[in-house]
Design a protein around this ligand. Structure first.
Ligand code: SF4
Ligand code: SF4
Length: 104
């Protein structure tokens, strides 16, 4: 998302169209317990619960999905530590820093 504010107080500006920047979380489905902590935390609405497994005899919460990957704020990693299962990973920042400029 362009126009967000960095920790240094400067505004972030993307130097390429958002759809050309593959920065978004990946969920390891086997580890996800469907707790929704990530969806509650992420303001841009990147996450949405998937389909319930109706074939299963055990009632489980649906696994989380990355429904809107390009809503993810480039260089944000804040949901990674929020997941109690360690199911969320984001790319390494270093490979993406050249996509972001900062303006006063
Ligand atoms: S990295 Fe930030 S913007 Fe992206 S999904 Fe996680 S909390 Fe949302
Ligand atoms: S916080 Fe982790 S375990 Fe909970 S729904 Fe999100 S990805 Fe799944």
């Amino acid at each position: 998302m362009s126009g967000s504010v960095s920790q240094s107080g400067k505004k972030k500006r993307l130097l390429a169209p958002r759809e050309e920047i593959a920065w978004f979380p990946v969920i390891e489905s086997e580890l996800c317990n469907g707790c929704e902590a990530c969806a509650d935390f992420c303001r841009p609405g990147v996450f949405e619960p998937g389909q319930a497994d109706l074939a299963s005899e055990v009632v489980r919460k649906p696994k989380m999905t990355v429904a809107n990957p390009y809503n993810c704020v480039v260089l944000c990693t804040r949901c990674e530590p929020v997941c109690p299962s360690g199911a969320i990973t984001l790319p390494r920042r270093k490979a993406f820093e050249h996509f972001v400029g900062y303006v006063d």
